[in-house]
Design a protein. Structure first.
Length: 413
């Protein structure tokens, strides 16, 4: 009999179809083999079902979750217009909720959403907190508090996000720096919302300047409207190369890309590869979306995000990344077995790489972030997109009763 381990998952089926036992010690995957003749403090029988990497949500406006009921649906109607021509109007309408921003009620909503992540096996979230003259730092403070509360269960990367612009919003640059000083993990921008090309370039420049100052990665929402003249993704990629921030720069949305001519798209894909940039697409939250399949054919990393949960832009969502992949299987027409595997990567391994999560994946030596599903393969996992039977985060089984308790306690008025 070999050494003891903290946890062993027996009778697991990997995505390759291989049947294995998985041993976990000190938060790491210690061994994988068809049969491990070892003991452990705890054992889980996967019963021939799928065991995979846990899920990763690369894009969530966490400070805004569950705020839809606090406002009218004007923003929702404008953002979901068929041509997305009123996307900026939608953002301006959505600003109203921030007039009442207060860490005390935001944190309750945040806890609900993060508890759902723990419930559905999403162990990593890149979470945006608005930073502007209305939101101030209230959302940032709530997200930083949640980051500590859920440490070891759900890793939250807090993005200080200049939602209302940097050039057009007086004082936003100062607040962005203050947010980074408080301990935010990522510098966030939205350059396309500025009024001129010069202002767009300045917005991007400021974000990278702050990123260099604090040695942090950058996430930006780019070209999020039905305007084929928007080019902020190109500006961001060029600044990434200029700054030497390859691998630390992530673009989100790029919905205007759906209207780009093919020659420009090819040029842009080349630029993204040179910049070492990935792209987060959220097709389920808007009528237009990035050209996912074409980007993937050009070897540009593309992943999926939840984006919103019951806010001004999207009424649904529950931090269930299998559900996000299932919905986008239809929107992207990813329906072959190969497509399904790609979708699964887009909410696990590719997503982790895009937000800089290291040691991720079912491999000896990696951190043990994984899920035991109630289904035997990826097809059935996507079909049912159910809560995992077991969630393991950093080598520990997530207490699902605790996740349910946190959700219910923070749902009370």
């Amino acid at each position: 009999m070999a050494e003891n381990h903290e946890l062993i998952i027996r009778n697991a089926v990997l995505r390759s179809g291989e049947k294995v036992d998985i041993a976990i010690s000190d938060g790491k995957i210690a061994a994988i083999a068809p049969r491990l003749d070892v003991k452990a403090a705890a054992e889980i029988d996967a019963a021939g079902n799928l065991v995979t990497e846990s899920f990763v949500n690369t894009h969530l406006h966490l400070c805004k979750v569950y705020t839809l009921m606090m406002m009218d649906e004007a923003a929702l109607k404008d953002y979901h217009g068929a041509d997305m021509g009123k996307a900026m109007t939608a953002i301006e309408a959505a600003m109203k909720v921030k007039e009442n921003y207060d860490e005390r009620w935001i944190i309750k909503n945040v806890r609900k959403a993060v508890a759902l992540a723990g419930r559905y096996g999403c162990t990593h979230i890149r979470a945006f907190a608005d930073v502007d003259s209305k939101a101030k730092l209230e959302g940032v403070k709530a997200l930083l508090k949640a980051r500590e509360e859920f440490k070891g269960i759900v890793d939250i990367q807090v993005v200080a996000f200049a939602q209302d612009g940097l050039v057009r919003e007086p004082g936003a640059e100062k607040l962005l720096r203050e947010a980074m000083q408080l301990g935010c993990d990522v510098v966030g921008g939205i350059p396309w919302i500025e009024y001129t090309d010069a202002a767009i370039a300045e917005h991007v420049r400021i974000c990278f300047e702050i990123a260099k100052e604090f040695n942090k990665p950058v996430s930006m929402l780019v070209d999020d409207a039905g305007d084929n003249g928007l080019r902020s993704l190109e500006v961001m990629a060029l600044e990434t190369i200029k700054t030497g921030w390859q691998g630390r720069s992530l673009a989100h949305h790029a919905r205007a890309m759906s209207l780009y001519p093919k020659p420009y798209l090819q040029k842009l894909a080349h630029l993204l590869k040179e910049a070492g940039m990935g792209l987060v697409s959220d097709p389920h939250t808007g009528p237009l979306h990035a050209r996912v399949r074409e980007l993937q054919e050009e070897k540009v990393p593309v992943c999926l995000g939840q984006d919103d949960i019951s806010d001004a832009y999207y009424p649904y969502g529950r931090n269930n990344m299998l559900e996000v992949a299932f919905i986008n299987s239809h929107l992207l027409w990813y329906t072959t077995h190969e497509d399904m595997e790609t979708l699964y990567d887009m909410v696990t391994t590719i997503a982790a790489k895009c937000i800089g999560v290291e040691d991720f994946g079912i491999q000896v030596g990696n951190t043990a972030n994984l899920v035991v599903l109630d289904q035997p393969n990826v097809l059935e996992a996507l079909r049912f997109h159910e809560r995992p039977a077991v969630v393991v985060s950093h080598g520990k089984v997530v207490d699902q009763a605790l996740m349910d308790k946190i959700y219910l306690e923070n749902s009370k008025k």
